[in-house]
Structures are given as C-alpha cells and as structure tokens.
Design a protein around this ligand. Structure first.
Ligand SMILES: O=C(O)c1ccccc1N[C@@H]1O[C@H](COP(=O)(O)O)[C@@H](O)[C@H]1O
Length: 203
C-alpha cells in the first residue's frame, strides 16, 4: 500500500491528530519556512509521537554537523535534504549516520529525475520547481514527466484529498507527501488529514 507522510507539524495538537490516524511518516521542518521548528520544539513533539510513526527532519543546505547532532539527539529517524545537496554531502552524512536519506528533486524536466536518483540516497522525493522557494509550495507539477524512476520515490507538491487518488494511480509513488493540502488557515487540519489517509488506504 502507498505510504503517507504528513509534513510540517509544529504543535502538540498536530501530534495528537496524527497519533489518531497513524501516517507512516511525519515531517519536522528545520529550514527557513513558516513551518520551521526549533530543535527543542521537535524534541517535545517527538516525545509525544506514536512510536510507529517515523519522524523525518527536513533540511535545506544545512551544515552536516547540525544534521548529525539532530540524529544523535534521536529527534529524527529519517533525513530529508530539500536543497542543493550534492553527492559528497550525502556521502559525508552516510559516513556518520545509519538513517535513511531522502533527496528532494524540484522537477523542471524529466531528465532531472533520474539524474538525482543516481545520488547515494535511499529515496528521492519529487516536488514542484518554483523559483526562489525550496518546498511547501502547495503547487502540483506535471506528473507526465515521471516515468521509470530508478529508486522508490516520495511524491510531493500540491497534493490534497481531491487529487491524491489520481496521484497514486498515475505515478505509483512509494509514499505520498503532503503539507499545504492538509492545512486550514496555515495550521494542520485533522479532518483533512483523515480524509486524505482514508482515501489512500482504501486503494
Ligand atoms: O513545508 C515547508 O515549508 C518546506 C520548506 C522548505 C523545504 C521543504 C518544505 N516542505 C516540503 O515541501 C513539499 C511539498 O509541500 P506541499 O504539500 O506542496 O505544501 C513536501 O515534501 C514538504 O516536505
């Protein structure tokens, strides 16, 4: 079954919401964003998170030493690199950490996808390219650009309960990744999260 990641949790009530519906992953954004959380907040959120849910740390061009520190604090289980990180950067993290690594690709053209899939990461994440913004755009990209991806991939960018079934059917991702599409007035909305997860799990 297609897995689900709910990204950009910031409050204890978000944690209570996901504990009810058990997505496979949740994301804590440590990059510049209105969803950014501090290490201290993330520690508190993770303490209250159901242990079946994996916590993903979302970073953009972060110092590797900080990522290593966050992993050692056991705040995150999986690392999501959503910036311009290259092969040497990923290899450096791999040298010190056993955590799975997801590398985001902001897709402009089909060739971008398998170029990034050759990086020494465990998964890639396909997201919308938007000038001047690394992620959380709430915008869909052209899914027709996806074909024969050589690694399991997360599909992100503007997914919500109204297009998630089409996304699963057309793209067959390993995991659906959603942030803006399960928010109301910039905060996570349990009704929207529940609706999305129910739709995926009925497929
Ligand atoms: O969510 C953010 O604010 C964010 C900031 C910087 C990098 C990545 C970010 N989130 C990731 O963006 C995608 C798509 O989100 P959306 O559903 O279109 O809002 C997702 O992978 C988030 O992990």
């Amino acid at each position: 079954m297609t897995k689900v990641k709910i990204c950009g949790l910031t409050r204890l009530e978000d944690i209570k919401a996901v504990n009810e519906v058990l997505p496979d992953y949740v994301g804590f954004v440590f990059a510049n964003s209105r969803r950014k959380v501090s290490l201290e907040t993330a520690i508190e959120l993770k303490k209250n998170l159901n242990s079946f849910i994996k916590a993903v740390g979302v970073f953009v061009n972060e110092e590797p030493e900080n990522i290593i520190r966050f992993c050692k604090e056991q705040v995150i289980d999986v690392i999501q690199l959503h910036g311009d990180e290259k092969e040497e950067y990923i290899l450096k993290l791999k040298q010190y950490l056993g955590n799975d690594i997801i590398k985001a690709v902001r897709v402009k053209e089909a060739a971008d996808i398998n170029k990034e899939a050759r990086l020494p990461c465990d998964y890639i994440l396909l997201d919308t390219y938007r000038e001047g913004q690394y992620g959380g755009s709430g915008t869909v990209f052209n899914w027709n650009l996806i074909s024969n991806v050589s690694k399991p991939f997360f599909l992100a960018g503007g997914i919500y309960s109204g297009n998630v079934l089409q996304a699963v059917k057309q793209c067959n991702p390993y995991c659906i990744d959603v942030s803006s599409g399960v928010e109301t007035d910039h905060f996570k909305d349990l009704g929207k999260i529940r609706d999305l997860i129910q739709k995926i799990r009925r497929t």
